[in-house]
Design a protein around this ligand. Structure first.
Ligand code: SAM
Length: 449
């Protein structure tokens, strides 16, 4: 949009840019085209723009694909956006609070925006949640903030945002923009930042919660040495530092993102996990084999059970919180079956000589780190979806927090039942088949009076 067009639109709307909404509208069409071109949108590809304003980027993005969503907070602009872009979905709301779980059902998505400066960080943290379906994020930010996200160790800008975001996202500053390309012109410069997901396994796995807690504590007093600062969470600092070859006098800003991951994964017995197939002792575990009436007819190794497709036993547990949301886990990439698929809150095989309910209680402890009572919902007879297992489905009630073993679970999240309904029907390929079967059975059991 040209400056004269922006001014005419504002006049027609009887509106002027609002400082408290961080409104600086881009009036350089070439620049807008260049920004959108960095998204490499293909026809029909899904995208989401945060803070479209008067549509400087929107009008170009929709020329590439009409499969777009706009999130705008300013109520004066909602009607205008709806009329101007009738084929796009316009959401009137605050991007800091937007429920990103709603995006899962639509699959991978490209997210971009010239962000309002006053809430850029909150918006970025919201859209880069661990389960984010973002395939790429492209944001225009205040230059100083961009430099913080893209910084490297031992630089003044290197801080907890760099490490927290950098663990999952590669951040690249593409170019710097002068204030003069916006109406009104801000006094500061802006930078266009591209964020792409890091490859799985690029950094050592570690527990999300522990990683965030250590990083936040470590950077809470930048000039203080980590040994003292991290003591409440890592009393064995000297031992950890020696193992990880970190000087014992190090400060937070000296540690690379990899070292922060290693620190979070460290235990006195060695790293909590290592990248590679772990916890999948396919020959060591023994299962009962059962007939079509679920009577035990023998025992063999997990390996043979799966290789020969022998009938065996398993449990799935659906854990619900007080808001009636269901906790789903994303299976670890190291799993031999259905890696990286979304699955029940907890699930596992019944070991030889064990029964269903004790197995469910054990799985809750092993996979979520909780003790909770379980209620049996249904027994599902073996079929292809259950991998030839008899599955007993249990329900439990607990609101977390959970302690997830990173070798088993990539991460977990609560979802509303309607989010899961839409997601499973639109993208069944995101889920382990055993979960889909359990979900179907569980919903039907709920629908019964
Ligand atoms: N994209 C437009 C452009 O480049 O001309 C506008 C960019 S302007 C810097 C920021 C936009 O974000 C404004 O339209 C403003 O109303 C909107 N905005 C401000 N706070 C917001 C929030 N919390 N959630 C969503 N949009 C917001």
């Amino acid at each position: 949009m040209k400056l004269s067009e922006l001014q005419a639109t504002l006049r027609a709307l009887d509106a002027s840019p609002t400082k408290s909404l961080g409104q600086n509208f881009l009036h350089d069409r070439n620049l807008a085209e260049w920004i959108v071109s960095r998204l490499e949108l293909t026809s029909g590809e899904r995208w989401l723009e945060i803070g479209p304003g008067l549509g400087s980027l929107t009008c170009i993005a929709q020329e590439h694909s009409k499969n777009g969503i706009l999130i705008e907070k300013d109520d004066r602009l909602i009607g205008f956006l709806g009329t101007q872009f009738p084929s796009l979905q316009v959401v009137h709301g605050d991007a800091c609070r937007f429920d990103t779980r709603e995006l899962m059902a639509g699959g991978p998505i490209k997210i971009f925006g010239n962000l309002p400066y006053y809430v850029s960080s909150q918006i970025i943290f919201n859209f880069t949640a661990a389960f984010s379906p973002a395939r790429v994020l492209l944001f225009t930010l205040q230059k100083e903030l961009a430099e913080r996200f893209a910084s490297t160790p031992n630089c003044k800008d290197y801080g907890s945002p760099t490490v927290l975001i950098g663990r999952r996202w590669r951040v690249e500053i593409l170019r710097t923009l002068p204030g003069s390309v916006f109406l009104p012109a801000p006094k500061v410069e802006s930078s266009v930042v591209l964020m792409t997901p890091r490859e799985a396994g690029e950094f050592p796995d570690c527990d999300d919660k522990r990683f965030c807690a250590l990083v936040k504590l470590g950077f809470s007093q930048r000039r203080k040495q980590l040994g003292k600062l991290l003591e409440p969470l890592l009393p064995a600092w000297t031992h950890a530092a020696a193992d990880l070859k970190i000087p014992t006098t190090a400060r937070a800003e000296a540690l690379t993102i990899r070292q922060w991951c290693e620190l979070a994964a460290w235990t006195p017995q060695g790293p909590a996990i290592v990248s590679g197939i772990v916890g999948q002792d396919v020959h060591g575990e023994t299962f009962d084999i059962v007939d079509d009436e679920d009577r035990i007819i023998g025992q063999t190794s997990r390996y043979e059970v799966h290789k020969q497709g022998l009938r065996h036993r398993a449990v799935h547990i659906f854990v619900l919180n007080e808001s009636d949301e269901l906790f789903l886990q994303k299976r670890s990439r190291w799993k031999d079956v259905c890696p990286l698929k979304w699955d029940s809150s907890a699930a596992g095989h019944v070991n030889a000589g064990q029964d269903y309910e004790p197995t469910a209680l054990r799985e809750l402890e092993e996979e979520l780190g909780i003790k909770a009572s379980v209620r049996s919902i249904s027994k599902i007879t073996p079929c292809e979806e259950t991998g030839h297992e008899f599955v007993v489905l249990f329900e439990a009630h607990h609101s977390g927090p959970f302690d997830l073993p990173p070798s088993e679970i990539e991460y977990g999240e609560w979802f509303t039942l309607s989010q899961i309904c839409e997601w499973t029907s639109r993208r069944p390929e995101d889920f382990a088949p055993g979960f889909l079967k359990c979900w179907d059975v569980w919903r039907r059991s709920r629908a019964k009076p």
